[in-house]
Design a binder for this molecule. Structure first.
Ligand SMILES: [Mg+2]
Ligand SMILES: [Zn+2]
Length: 205
């Protein structure tokens, strides 16, 4: 099974410009690409999970969303970052485009998009991470204490159980995840050494 990072798009990877759909308006947040690269190198699948109610509101269509998604993926690839997949919710219950004006199961904080991703990519949810700039992005971590949830661009740094409030963005998250992995490895090494020494001690008696 794979471990994954589920990443919100607007306000997490790129500057949130409210119902962004034009390529020329797409602007990365500082450290976003660097952070994604580190997370990828740590062995995580990178999966975008985004609410795009601009579609239900009639501000842009699915095609425009997919165009932007494609160009972002191509750009990331040029920077050595391979997005595994992206999932979006086009719905909004009181949207103006009838087809999308439904109470769906995929608009975050609902978990429909995550459930699809988990199934599509054989993801071990308990080893995964969810990142966003709004509490509704990290509902998965609220539901499952084994999932680490990172809430970005907060006024303070704080950890509350499995939820991390961060002043910084994706780069700071990636550094934190990397440091945690290093500490886990050290702890395991320490534990193994302790057990080995204990065995030695027993055998020598
Ligand atoms: Mg956002
Ligand atoms: Zn939806």
């Amino acid at each position: 099974m794979e471990k994954a990072v589920f990443i919100d798009r607007d306000g997490t990877i790129n500057v949130d410009k409210h119902y962004l759909y034009k390529k020329e308006d797409f602007e990365y947040l500082p450290g976003a690409r660097e952070g994604l690269k580190i997370l990828q190198d740590l062995g995580y699948l990178l999966i975008i999970v985004t609410n795009q109610s601009g579609i239900a509101r009639g501000y842009f269509d699915e095609e425009a969303y997919l165009e932007l998604d494609k160009s972002m993926k191509a750009d990331l690839l040029l920077h050595g970052i391979n997005l595994t997949d992206s999932y979006y919710c086009p719905h909004l219950i009181d949207g103006t485009i009838k087809k999308y004006a439904i109470d769906c199961e995929c608009r975050k904080p609902k978990l429909g998009l995550f459930e699809r991703a988990i199934k599509d990519h054989n993801i071990d949810i308990n080893k995964s991470i969810v990142i966003g700039d709004s509490p509704r992005d990290i509902g998965l971590a609220g539901n499952n204490k084994y999932v680490k949830g990172f809430l970005l661009y907060q006024n303070f740094d704080m950890q509350q159980e499995n939820i991390y409030y961060m002043k910084g963005g994706l780069l700071e998250v990636a550094e934190k995840v990397k440091e945690d992995a290093r500490m886990d490895a050290l702890n395991n090494r320490g534990k193994n050494l302790f057990i080995r020494n204990l065995k030695k001690w027993f055998l020598s008696r």
